[in-house]
Design a protein around this ligand. Structure first.
Ligand SMILES: NC(=O)c1ccc[n+]([C@@H]2O[C@H](COP(=O)([O-])OP(=O)(O)OC[C@H]3O[C@@H](n4cnc5c(N)ncnc54)[C@H](O)[C@@H]3O)[C@@H](O)[C@H]2O)c1
Length: 673
């Protein structure tokens, strides 16, 4: 990542300062540019205040906040920008000002620096047009508060080069943003439906359908949100809503144009008054209209190719914090009903339900595994970034199908498996397990896991080398999936973890078999018993990762490993990887029973490790021990069957339910049964 170390932001206002803060929080050096010292100091004061709030809420330690601030360098000298890999422009929303900034950026930056704009209402292409380097320009639309809201809309123009787009996306992942791709169209994806949603609420008020308190209550119920449209406008600024609606109205016509009531409210310079009694009898009418607007616009933007249904929903979940995106809401309601609501809402404006919705009877299905091919390398990307790409039945089904299709292709030499956003794959959906235990359907967990094994076993059998691209964290099933690949290429953002015994179960997707085949029995036991995470540096040293590279060298690493060909059957090493003797030692000699019985460590470090093991679920530990021991001599196929054979037993334990159902809420208390 050394080549991505310096980023820059031009404009230290509300957005720019927050973007700079996030970049610095994620370890980048950030150049913050504004017109003068006073503006820069104002921006930095804002960052300091947000960081102090973070310290008060224990998100950062004081020294971390200090280090973040220390990575931000304020300057009015544009020549400093020559060090930047990517610049985000976040100056006033004024086309002339922005174009002037882009003209200067084209000259002040190095030849491969990506030039991003945070514009909300202009075409990105109109900014690209004034530079000598339109191929480097891309829209990067962040959401308020940009240090906290994870969403970013990435907007390539038809001139944006592949390299610039790839780098822009790599930086977003590196600063822990969830990126969705949008066409260069007014409102991009999220504001295209969110602004009409706000505007429709004002129309409902204006038409006397309901009062503000009722509209607020109805929208919260229908969308499952914490704040209704009027409260949101109060928080983010009523004039911003008017400005955004005016822009959309100019581009798309009367349906999008601001309600006169919204204009009047801005002229009054007042916030909306939220108080009042809720009239329950009017809530349905309000909900229908707000849902209708959402469906009408979300459908239209997908038909126009502005965004995909997946990205439209991710945008709502991540950017707006709606529990469900527009298309999931359509499915929940029934697509026929959704189409009727969209048509009814559009009727006064002579807008019909969008083609994707009209006459539809089947629910929408979401593409959770994307296939892309470049230069004979096929990449399967898991696309559930807001769920950290957790594996559920639908993801596994789509992965299996996509893998079969990939393996059958004669025009690809390599299959890469990757995760979108900040995670590679964060294990399996825990809620899925909890629900199945509660409904006494453990057999479904076994069937799901068996199918998962079948998919993972295909990786070794495919003609092409299969490579896991560990460009983010992996846990549990995600780490196991990586291990099932022929090779693992990691970046600094990668990590492994086997936390299962701490939640009452054992790694059941090959982890007890394939980890030991990579690093030997005692070290595998150490990680599976303690649940200690494995950073990529250590992983590379112990042979768990085949190549540790920065973002820009992933392609080269993939090519090198492809040239090596399939690695063949891995045999469990009998020696401990050099440098890890100490953490493996207690597990070479001590059984789980001995550890649970209170065996003492040889020194304080060892004692700490053993104490950690004693906090895990005993039944899970004993099964893991048996399975890992067997992995030294059995075939992989037998090992997989052995893992499957204990699933019914483990998921029926009280400890599994305790561990899975308390995850993220409280520390589990294991009883040993
Ligand atoms: N506020 C939001 O919720 C939001 C959300 C998404 C995108 N945006 C977009 O982000 C951009 C910035 O918005 P903001 O709310 O942060 O504005 P702001 O007014 O708070 O900040 C703009 C900053 O840019 C600086 N600036 C102006 N001209 C400059 C120049 N030539 N060189 C260097 N600095 C210059 C100003 O001094 C000021 O500090 C706008 O394009 C806006 O549309 C805003």
């Amino acid at each position: 990542m050394s080549d991505l170390r310096t980023l820059a932001v031009v404009g230290a206002g509300n957005m720019g300062s927050g973007i700079a803060q996030k970049m610095a929080t994620e370890g980048f050096r950030v150049l913050l540019v504004d017109l003068n010292e006073a503006q820069l100091d104002r921006g930095l004061a804002g960052i300091k205040k947000t960081l102090e709030e973070g310290v008060a809420r224990k998100i950062f330690r004081p020294e971390q906040a200090q280090a973040i601030l220390g990575r931000i360098e304020k300057t009015t000298d544009w020549s400093a920008l020559s060090a930047a890999e990517l610049v985000v422009e976040a100056v006033f929303e004024d086309l002339g000002v922005k174009q002037e900034v882009f003209r200067r950026l084209g000259e002040a930056t190095k030849p491969d620096c990506v030039l991003g704009s945070n514009t909300s209402s202009f075409y990105v292409r109109d900014l690209a047009a004034v530079t000598k380097h339109p191929e480097r320009v891309v829209g990067l639309h962040y959401f308020y508060h940009p240090a906290k809201n994870r969403l970013v809309e990435v907007i390539p123009t038809k001139h944006t080069s592949k390299a610039a787009l790839a780098k822009a996306n790599a930086v977003q992942a590196a600063i822990s943003k969830t990126a969705i791709t949008c066409a260069d169209a007014p409102g991009f994806v999220v504001n295209r439906y969110f602004v009409p949603w706000l505007n429709e609420a004002v129309r409902l008020l204006d038409e006397g359908v309901a009062d503000i308190a009722t509209i607020e209550a109805a929208s919260k119920d229908a969308f499952g949100v914490g704040m209704g449209p009027f409260e949101l406008m109060n928080v983010t600024g009523v004039p911003i809503a008017l400005h955004a609606a005016s822009t959309l109205g100019r581009e798309f016509g009367a349906f999008y144009a601001p309600s006169p009531r919204l204009k009047a409210q801005v002229e009054s310079k007042q916030n909306w008054t939220l108080e009042g009694a809720v009239d329950a009898s009017k809530k349905q009418a309000v909900a229908d209209r707000l849902l209708g607007v959402t469906f009408l616009v979300a459908g239209a933007l997908v038909v126009e190719g502005v965004g995909s249904i997946e990205d439209t929903d991710i945008g709502a979940r991540v950017g707006l914090r709606w529990p469900k995106g527009p298309f999931e809401l359509m499915n929940r309601l029934g697509v026929e009903k959704a189409a009727a609501l969209a048509a009814a809402t559009g009727k006064p404006y002579a807008l019909a339900a969008p083609k994707i919705l009209a006459g539809r009877t089947a629910p929408f299905t979401f593409r959770l595994v994307e296939t892309t091919v470049e230069d004979r390398v096929l990449t399967l990307s898991i696309n559930r970034p807001d769920a950290l790409n957790a594996l559920n039945e639908e993801v596994m089904k789509q992965l299996d199908q996509a893998f079969d299709a990939a393996a059958a292709r004669t025009d690809v030499d390599t299959i890469v498996i990757a995760g979108k956003g900040k995670a590679f794959i964060a294990g399996a959906d825990i809620r899925y397990f909890v629900k199945r235990i509660e409904s006494k359907k453990i057999d479904e967990i076994v069937a799901f896991t068996r199918k998962g094994h079948e998919t993972l076993l295909k990786f070794a059998k495919a003609r092409q080398p299969v490579i896991a691209l560990l460009d983010g964290l992996s846990l549990g099933g995600g780490s196991e999936l990586a291990l099932a690949c022929d090779y693992i290429v990691a970046t600094k953002k990668g990590s492994f973890g086997f936390p299962e015994t701490g939640i009452g179960i054992y790694p059941g997707l090959g982890g007890t078999q394939r980890l030991s085949r990579r690093i030997g029995v005692p070290l595998a036991k150490s990680f599976i018993y303690t649940g200690n995470g494995i950073g990529v540096d250590a992983a590379a040293k112990m042979g768990l990762v085949d190549r540790l590279v920065d973002h820009d060298h992933v392609g080269t690493a993939v090519k090198e490993l492809t040239a090596k060909g399939k690695p063949g059957v891995r045999k469990t090493p009998t020696t401990v990887p050099v440098g890890f003797e100490k953490i493996a030692a207690p597990f070479a000699t001590k059984s789980v029973d001995a550890i649970l019985g209170g065996a003492a460590g040889a020194d304080a470090d060892e004692q700490k490790q053993l104490d950690r093991v004693r906090q895990k679920a005993p039944v899970a530990l004993r099964i893991a021990e048996k399975l890992i021991d067997a992995s030294a001599s059995n075939t992989l196929a037998d090992g997989v069957e052995a893992e499957l054979a204990h699933l019914t037993q483990i998921f029926a334990t009280a400890d599994a339910y305790e561990g899975l159902s308390t995850l993220g809420k409280s520390k589990p208390v294991f009883k040993g049964s």
